[in-house]
Design a protein around this ligand. Sequence first.
Ligand SMILES: C[S@@+](CC[C@H](N)C(=O)[O-])C[C@H]1O[C@@H](n2cnc3c(N)ncnc32)[C@H](O)[C@@H]1O
Length: 282
Amino acid sequence: MALVDKIFRVVGMADAVTSIKTYYGSNDIVGRILSALKDAGHDVENLTAETLNLADQIHGGGLNSTITLAELAGVSKGSHVLDAGCGVGCGARYLAHHFNCQVEAVDLTPEFVEAAAQLNTLCGLQDAITVSQGSVTDLRFEDGCFDLVWSQNVTMNVEDKTSMFSEVFRVLKPGGRFTFSHAANGPNGEPYYPLGWAADPSFSFMETPEIILELLDTAGFKIVENQTEGRTPGSSRGRSSSEMDGVAIIMGADSALRRANGVRSGEEGRIVGMMVVAERPQ
Ligand SMILES: C[S@@+](CC[C@H](N)C(=O)[O-])C[C@H]1O[C@@H](n2cnc3c(N)ncnc32)[C@H](O)[C@@H]1O
């Protein structure tokens, strides 16, 4: 690649990172989650991870998508896990609470990192989960230290998937698993924006399912599971009656439009949902 193209690419990536942080970040996220739980009749003075998981999911399919991904990955008790793009920590808390996992959680958006750490403390999981700000394309962890890398609906925001996948491969133990959910480009053209992860195409990097699998292969992964189930894998279970709309609570006012665009894009074959489990070979 010519030097000038490289410079444009780096500047473009920096712009995308700024847009992503702006799109997700807002004030008083913890306050809004606690108010929503309180209004729904939950005891917010004695919070558990299970209660928080009813309001902290920032992805299509909500908590049931998290449950489905964990089943698909075959999470083992006591695993050392990296939650890559943790948002406010829904997956990290789910894995720490249900599987006694020790979790490192990383996210790009400072407000999410702060909220995730506060929520972990409020439900007593502060020793099981460490949260830090950073990018999944440049991980600060040692080689071969995780049993599982978990990433829910993050890859659509990651332009440089080659770096993300090679970093994930590097930090996994041989035999370790990378499990993620992703919204890929469908066969029928561009999706409608805004979507849950982007206001416009300038920071949405969906790719086709074929390209996602090819990039994993290039990074050295063996595909263990690849489920494609429409717009939001796992959503076929339906949302439980006690679950609240985490996207609306955390992401605010136009969440209904983002959701409607996601549904319409899925129905028209513009978005294809993926859940993948890939293994770093022994
Ligand atoms: C749709 S949200 C999903 C959050 C969380 N995984 C969940 O399911 O609730 C996407 C998340 O990816 C994070 N993100 C996007 N690009 C990232 C990157 N390069 N490194 C780390 N986090 C990133 C965003 O800050 C946001 O928290």
